[in-house]
Ligand binder design. Structure first.
Ligand SMILES: Nc1nc2c(c(=O)[nH]1)N[C@H]1C(S)=C(S)[C@@H](COP(=O)(O)O)O[C@H]1N2
Ligand SMILES: [Mo]
Length: 410
């Protein structure tokens, strides 16, 4: 983990740049010329423009302009274990996103069932609370939704609605303890600065149980990979809920309310629900299933050094590498099967950046002439392995089947 020196440097960087995000966001301009480049995700309707026209973002796969849905090109995941801020995926539900935020006048409000409501500036957060750093994967609940059979409605992501970053910020527990949570409080609700276009659109808010909010791991981040958060990833503050799907990782966080009853707002009670079945799995058309809020992530692994359909030299040793994450636990191992009926064998794991981080894996093999199907499977430290068959649910959440790619050696 990072030293105090690193944390100090990050805090200085954030203090230095926080006066303003300094950006004019140009969202929803209908007349833009997209770059001529196209990407094709491996499912029907998977053609995507590649755009670099969003502020603080380089090449991204465009799913929707306003509110933006931008997917990370998969090749980025081969470049390192941390996903660069300028190619980190972007997902917003509501279209009225502030285009500039003045860091000097920004305030975080903490109120509700507390003894002392707080109004905190960014300087307060940086100077009055102990800094913490954590590497953690941010993954959309619907990552890989486009790969569902039968197809399901919702953002048609490939595998790039995820990313790993080193987050710097403060413990949510320290903030809540400063405010003094009252006896009888049950949940803590998080709200960001953006709103819907129509006044009837429910404001995007998510809640955690008080014990989870106070677990010492949930944090409020002011930096991502050592820099202030890009505006589209939640400048100046976002919630980090390690091991949980990113729907809870509220961006542009300016409001924390401690509740004395379970949150029944739309985004908790109606949206982001999964079947209360093993692996949130149901058969298409199945009814009468109890639904619960989505929560912990499950393990996944991917090949990053090769793409499906690629040609490789036959009869020569080939290094194959990729990434994995354990979901709500660390990665115990990543196994590979090279060939349809080949046995699973261990790969070598790279540097450990903590249990919530991506970890790299690597192996060597010598392809024989012809097609070669590679499958990778991660098992986490709780003993949960990726399944060999895909789960299914109507919202297209929590895909984590063993992925495979086929290359041709000649
Ligand atoms: N304020 C706010 N926070 C939000 C959302 C949102 O719409 N508004 N979407 C959530 C969802 S569903 C996802 S997947 C992540 C995406 O985070 P990113 O855009 O930084 O990748 O933000 C989460 N936090
Ligand atoms: Mo999401």
């Amino acid at each position: 983990m990072a030293s105090d020196h690193d944390t100090d440097r990050v805090r200085r960087t954030v203090l230095h740049t926080m006066a303003s995000s300094g950006l004019a966001l140009t969202l929803g301009a209908a007349t833009r010329a997209w770059s001529a480049q196209l990407a094709t995700l491996p499912f029907q309707g998977g053609e995507r423009d590649i755009t670099s026209l969003f502020p603080q973002k380089k090449d991204m796969l465009l799913l929707r302009t306003r509110p933006p849905l931008l997917e990370t090109p998969f090749s980025v995941f081969d470049q390192g274990v941390f996903t660069p801020n300028d190619q980190f995926y972007v997902r917003w539900h509501l279209a009225n996103i502030p285009t500039t935020i003045d860091g000097a006048s920004f305030r975080l409000n903490v109120h509700g069932q507390v003894r002392t409501p707080l109004v905190l500036s960014l300087t307060d957060l940086l100077k009055k609370f102990a800094p913490v750093q954590l590497a953690a994967v941010n993954q959309c609940s619907g990552n890989s939704r486009g790969l569902f059979h039968a197809r399901v409605p919702g953002a048609q992501w490939g595998n790039g609605a995820m990313g790993n970053a080193l987050w710097t910020g403060v413990r949510l527990r320290d903030i809540l303890d400063r405010a003094g949570v009252k006896r009888g409080a049950v949940q803590v609700r998080f709200n960001g600065l953006e709103t819907g276009i129509l006044p009837t659109t429910p404001d995007f808010m998510k809640s955690l149980d008080v014990d989870h909010a106070r677990d010492g791991e949930v944090m409020i981040a002011y930096a991502m990979n050592g820099k202030p958060l890009p505006l589209l990833n939640g400048f100046p503050l976002r919630l980090i809920v390690p091991g949980w799907y990113s729907t809870y990782w509220v961006k542009m966080l300016d409001n924390i309310e401690v509740l004395d009853q379970p949150d029944d707002n739309f985004w908790m009670a109606k949206a982001y629900l999964i079947p209360d079945t093993p692996h949130a799995n149901v058969t298409p058309g199945q009814t009468d299933v109890k639904m619960i809020p989505i929560n912990r992530m499950v393990p996944r692994s991917f090949v990053t050094s090769l793409t499906d359909g690629q040609h490789v030299p036959a009869g020569k040793p080939l290094v194959v590498r990729g990434i994995a994450f354990g979901g709500d636990a660390g990665v115990r191992n990543v196994q590979i099967a090279d060939g349809a009926n080949a046995p699973w064998r261990e790969t070598r794991l790279g540097q450990d950046h903590g249990k919530y981080s991506f970890i790299q894996w690597e192996t060597r093999l010598t392809p024989k002439n012809g097609p070669l199907t590679l499958r990778v499977k991660a098992t986490n430290t709780s003993g949960i392995a990726q399944p060999d068959t895909a789960n299914w649910n109507p919202a297209g959440f929590m895909r984590n089947v063993v992925e495979s790619i086929t290359v041709t050696a000649s």
